[in-house]
Design a protein around this ligand. Structure first.
Ligand code: EZ4
Ligand code: CO
Length: 415
């Protein structure tokens, strides 16, 4: 690269915690030449663990290192810890990795996707989120998403007999923002309830009603959010086949990777898994045996751009595509990292997009654009995100937890 110094030592690395509506952890790395890179380290409900891991154990190792050596830094942080994997470690490594890619692309004067091989497409298809307590409310919510420009929609529904349920907004969305934020600011996690039998009875009828009303073309997605056993997941996938889902997500907890063999034997509904995974090893059986169709990890939670690229290249050999996680708990920095990857890789599938609140967008000013159902990372050098310290300082950290589930008899259940 003419004009770019061969080495670029890191002068400072700061861990920034802010809460513009929800908590975010950001790593800001600056080189001796004053080039700044940002990385997202947000782990919903466990934010301060990653902040401490970075502050106490990673920042001291970064000072003086060459910011250009991204692969070496990734391997050094992964292997020198001795203790491998885990969401806290991998979110911390992800933040460093994103910040270094941001710096490298800024030094090159290019948007990051150019360094990843350049654009493989003109826009990134994104899906929105609809939900309803009953079918009429759900249909209104889907129509609101279509009016906001989404061309594919995730559909979540209340279930008779279940009081509080993942993915169902308290009221229908009135703006571009899907109004469902699962983490709640409270000293203790909120308790919700669950009934798999009631859910399995109810959901196919809801999709039947949606297809009858909206026709066969609109891509529909659904998230079962880890709550079923493999045989229940198989039954759901089979029952939903007539409604032609784009995907069924997290149909069963997938730390039991072999469980997906059973699901796969019984259904052709496409499967998406991986938002809680943090390394390529969590996908080993799922990808090699072609038990899934979409990789769901967030760049933030799976070790950054370097590691996600590796997972997606591995998946590509098996015709498995990307479906990168994009909830509001991934910051605009993590979202931008996803968009640069989405634009560059060949095996792009779809991108989740949950619009951040105005307060969040004021702290993280992003170059990415959204129009006619497609996202684009923009063409500013680097990731295209700047961090506004003044805006961030108006939003101090507040403890918040994700909810958890209990069955009717009091047993704790997957949420
Ligand atoms: O519950 O990001 O598909 N999306 C999801 C998310 C997760 C949250 C957890 O932090 O399942 O809404
Ligand atoms: Co999900």
């Amino acid at each position: 690269m003419p004009g770019v110094a061969a080495t670029s030592p890191i002068r400072t690395a700061e861990v920034l915690v802010t809460s513009p509506g929800r908590n975010f952890v950001t790593l800001r790395v600056m080189t001796e030449d004053g080039v700044v890179g940002l990385g997202d380290a947000t782990l919903n409900g466990r934010e301060l663990a990653v902040a401490a891991y970075l502050t106490e154990h990673v920042v001291p190792l970064l000072i003086g290192r060459d910011a250009h050596r991204i692969e070496d830094t990734w391997q050094f942080l992964y292997r020198s810890a001795y203790w491998r994997r885990g969401p806290v470690t991998m979110a911390a490594i992800a933040a460093v990795d994103m910040a270094l890619w941001d710096i490298k692309a800024r030094l090159a004067g290019m948007p990051l996707y150019q360094l990843l091989g350049g654009a493989s497409r003109t826009g990134i298809m994104a899906y929105g989120h609809a939900s309803g307590r009953d079918v009429p409310e759900l249909l209104d919510s889907i129509r609101a998403q279509l009016a906001d420009g989404f061309r594919s929609v995730r559909v979540q529904t209340s279930v008779p007999g279940v009081n509080k349920l993942y993915g169902v907004a308290a009221q229908p969305s009135t703006s571009g923002r899907y109004d469902y934020e699962p983490a709640q600011r409270a000293p203790l996690p909120a308790e919700e309830d669950w009934d798999s039998a009631a859910y399995l009875r109810h959901v196919p009828g809801v999709f039947d009603a949606v297809r009858s009303e909206l026709g066969p073309e609109l891509p529909l997605l659904h998230d079962a959010h880890h709550r079923l056993t493999p045989i229940q997941a198989a039954r759901l996938g089979k029952a939903l086949e007539p409604y032609d889902l784009f995907w069924l997500e997290d149909c069963t907890p997938a730390e039991n990777q072999e469980g997906l063999r059973l699901v796969r034997q019984h259904t052709t509904t496409p499967l998406a898994i991986g938002e809680v995974f943090n390394t390529i090893w969590d996908y080993q059986t799922l990808i090699r045996e072609q038990l899934i169709d979409y990789v769901r990890s967030a760049v933030t939670h799976a070790g950054g751009i370097t590691a996600m690229r590796r997972i997606l290249d591995y998946a590509a050999q098996y015709q498995i595509k990307s479906g990168i996680h994009g909830p509001t708990d991934v910051s605009p920095v993590g979202m931008s990292a996803a968009l640069h990857l989405d634009l560059a890789i060949h095996n792009f599938g779809i991108q989740e997009y949950m619009v951040h609140s105005p307060a969040t967008r004021e702290v993280f000013r992003s170059s990415f654009t959204w129009a006619d159902g497609y996202l684009h990372p923009g063409d500013e050098p680097g990731l295209g995100v700047t961090y506004d310290d003044d805006a961030a300082s108006r939003h101090p950290y507040q403890a918040a937890y994700l909810p958890f589930n209990r069955l009717k008899d009091g047993t704790v259940h997957d949420w």
